[in-house]
Design a protein around this ligand. Structure first.
Ligand SMILES: NC(=O)c1ccc[n+]([C@@H]2O[C@H](COP(=O)([O-])OP(=O)(O)OC[C@H]3O[C@@H](n4cnc5c(N)ncnc54)[C@H](O)[C@@H]3O)[C@@H](O)[C@H]2O)c1
Length: 242
């Protein structure tokens, strides 16, 4: 039975992809670090269906720092794990993007460098286009990201294609535009428009929080956070990420 490794399996796209691959008859190994970008409990809930499947296995590890020899042999890797989001990538938070988007990708590619992978699929982003020369934009256009996030996703693309050239392995980078549907990340516009209420909001006086910084998930009562008031504006509402 073919084995598919799905990184970021507990995320929005990774959890749907895992379920689809299981339905297609593959064995699926999901990898996720349950990062604090949004409530990790939502990510655990995303995996409820997949975890009931006998052909699904979850490995909780951080691709940027943990020993990756624990990753199994596989026929295909779907690399979805990343720090997503455009606006928070400015400033000191960029270090997180370097670790989760660039370093994690390089370490994963290195882990499978000598392996007999049949295909490596990299989740890239329309953010790599940035200031495109023309619209609609052909894939052949020179990518010119206008955000540090876009730069980090483009670096991941280049790494994937570099390892492809060196190993001769079929590799594809898919440049997703704004993906929407059930389980969408709570920071994304469609999710908010659909009326699901955020349980947390940042006060303007919160230390270290600005419209361009990440409002990370923290439990109720944590410093700098208060319950959302009816009609109040949250930083989440001021942002639009993909
Ligand atoms: N959702 C979109 O519209 C969209 C658009 C363009 C590109 N993308 C890309 O698609 C992929 C999936 O996006 P999503 O919306 O499902 O995001 P998501 O945040 O819901 O899922 C990402 C998952 O990766 C995990 N992760 C992050 N760093 C990790 C690490 N170092 N080790 C292990 N796990 C780690 C997180 O815990 C999370 O569960 C990302 O690569 C993102 O850049 C998404």
């Amino acid at each position: 039975m073919a084995v598919a490794l799905v990184t970021g399996a507990a995320g929005f796209i990774g959890s749907h992809l895992s379920e689809r691959l299981l339905a297609e008859g593959l064995d699926v190994v999901g990898v996720d670090a349950f990062t604090d970008t949004y409530d990790p409990a939502l990510k655990r809930a995303n995996l409820e269906t997949a975890k009931q499947h006998p052909r699904f296995r979850l490995l909780e590890l951080d691709l940027a720092s943990d020993d990756l020899t624990a990753l199994p042999e596989a026929q295909v890797v779907f690399h979805q794990a990343a720090e997503a989001g455009v606006r928070p990538s400015w400033g000191s938070e960029f270090q997180i993007y370097v670790e989760r988007n660039i370093l994690a990708t390089q370490r994963l590619l290195e882990r499978y460098r000598e392996a007999g992978l049949e295909r490596f699929v990299y989740a890239s982003s329309s953010s790599v286009y940035g200031e495109a020369e023309r619209w609609p934009t052909p894939e052949s256009a020179l990518p010119r990201p206008v955000s540090p996030y876009g730069v980090s996703k483009l670096a991941g693309e280049h790494l994937a294609l570099l390892y492809a050239r060196q190993t001769g392995r079929p590799t594809v980078a898919l440049r997703y535009f704004t993906v929407y549907g059930p389980r969408q990340r709570p920071d994304m516009a469609f999710h908010r428009f659909a009326g699901r209420k955020s349980r947390y909001t940042a006060t303007a006086a919160s230390p270290g929080i600005s419209p361009l910084s990440r409002t990370r998930w923290r439990p109720a009562g944590a410093p700098g956070l208060r319950r959302r008031r009816r009609g109040s504006t949250t930083w989440e509402e001021a942002r639009s990420w993909s």
